[in-house]
Design a protein around this ligand. Structure first.
Ligand code: COS
Length: 381
């Protein structure tokens, strides 16, 4: 079944595209160059109510479907992947609270996350638990006062900036993945520390850091969901956020494609625009086909998530796998079409190529996506 956007979704796309072109695009190159977190972009998204787009209305958000969120992520990434990530991560980190948090926790934290007053972070990955998320080594020990967390998370987007964290920690090590629980951890809690801030290839304006827990005391009521349900909460969250990362990758691909088409029309060699050369035409034709195929898959995955369909996992994984590979391939080809100019920082393409790379890695590497797809196809053999 092909996707079809409603008139409201088309209008949303137009509105975000206009905002992105007017306010975000002019900042993109400088955000990349400086490597500083763009608070002005965060404020822009907050003022537009976008940081709460996915959060239910009763907790201060708009309760918009995932497909709407994908449209926003795509249009922002078309001009600036870092700004798109600000949007994507706020939703990723809020999702465990939405699906597993108690009523009290939701009321206490979601409104400030939805308004953008507080940044949020999703703390799953550890130095020894990347693709193998079940190998979580951060421990949570129950005491009379609450849970005491010890351990280290790494590659945490918004690390050091976020005030609200969805953290996965091992409560009952003898139970394996069924021993992992989810905790709401505030930056202000004693024993919460920020470690190394990473120096990255792309998404230069996003802050990614280690988060360290040293006897970090978390109130008992901050456990989200049943004890031992953390792994499933993490997997459900990833199922629901992979389409969003796929949309971000799609936006990067579309942005790079737009630049390449424009260049092919204007750049003259051998006495005519290079777009008149069949070698370039075939490249552009293949690029366009891949972008549109990725869009179908991304919107389809988002629509299935919105319907809480049984095929969410496989479609989310396929969308993330395909769209991110498309983003890498389109940005690489777009640089090629611009030749030497594409390699220079005067053009946005080398930034887009660097930004595209991580979409094949984060929210589960594309190898993990293939594992998810194959397991859904075959079951565990
Ligand atoms: N929804 C609900 N339940 C799920 C699920 C999902 N999407 N995925 C797995 N589960 C359940 C399984 O059904 C299984 O339950 P049973 O033991 O009752 O059968 C249990 O969870 C364990 O699943 P599985 O055996 O597949 O777990 P593995 O340890 O083999 O790991 C992968 C599975 C590799 C898919 C998982 O670790 C993963 O997604 N890793 C990547 C993590 C990631 O994306 N990190 C990025 C961090 S965020 S930027």
């Amino acid at each position: 079944m092909a996707y079809e956007l409603s008139p409201e979704q088309e209008a949303l796309r137009e509105e975000i595209r206009r905002m992105a072109l007017e306010k975000v695009a002019p900042r993109a190159s400088e955000i990349d160059r400086s490597g500083e977190y763009p608070w002005d972009m965060q404020r822009l998204l907050a003022e537009k109510g976008l940081l709460g787009l996915a959060i239910p209305e009763e907790y201060g958000g708009s309760g918009a479907p995932l497909l709407d969120n994908c449209i926003v992520a795509e249009e922002l990434a078309r001009v600036c992947a870092t700004t798109s990530l600000i949007f994507v991560v706020q939703k990723l980190a809020a999702y465990p609270i939405v699906i597993a948090g108690s009523e009290e926790i939701k009321r206490k934290y979601l409104p400030a996350v939805a308004s953008g007053e507080k940044l949020a972070a999703f703390c799953l990955t550890e130095p020894e638990a990347g693709s193998d998320a079940g190998a979580t080594a951060t421990t949570a020990v129950e005491t009379d006062d609450g849970y005491v967390l010890n351990g280290k998370k790494c590659f945490i987007t918004n690390g050091g900036l976020a005030e609200v964290h969805s953290v996965f920690a091992m409560t009952d090590p003898d139970k394996g993945i069924r021993g992992i629980s989810t905790y709401l951890v505030e930056k202000s809690y004693p024993g919460f520390k920020v470690g190394k801030i990473e120096d990255k290839m792309g998404l230069r304006g996003a802050q990614v850091a280690e988060i360290i827990f040293e006897d970090c005391l978390v109130p008992k009521e901050n456990m989200m969901g049943e004890r031992g349900s953390g792994f499933i909460t993490a997997m459900k969250t990833l199922d629901n956020s992979r389409p969003l990362v796929a949309a971000q990758a799609l936006g990067i691909a579309q942005g790079a494609f737009d630049v390449a088409v424009d260049w092919a029309r204007k750049r003259k060699q051998f006495g005519s625009p290079i777009g008149a050369l069949q070698g370039i035409q075939f490249m552009l034709a293949d690029m366009k086909t891949k972008v549109e195929a990725a869009r179908q898959l991304v919107y389809r995955a988002a629509t299935l998530c919105d319907k809480e369909d049984k095929d969410i996992s496989i479609f989310s994984a396929m969308a993330k796998l395909y769209a991110s590979d498309v983003a890498m391939s389109i940005t690489t080809d777009a640089v090629q079409i611009l030749g030497g100019y594409g390699y220079m920082k005067d053009q946005p393409l080398e930034r887009m190529m660097r930004d595209a790379k991580v979409t094949q890695i984060y929210e589960g590497t594309n190898q993990v996506q293939r594992v998810v797809i194959a397991r859904r196809l075959l079951g565990k053999l």
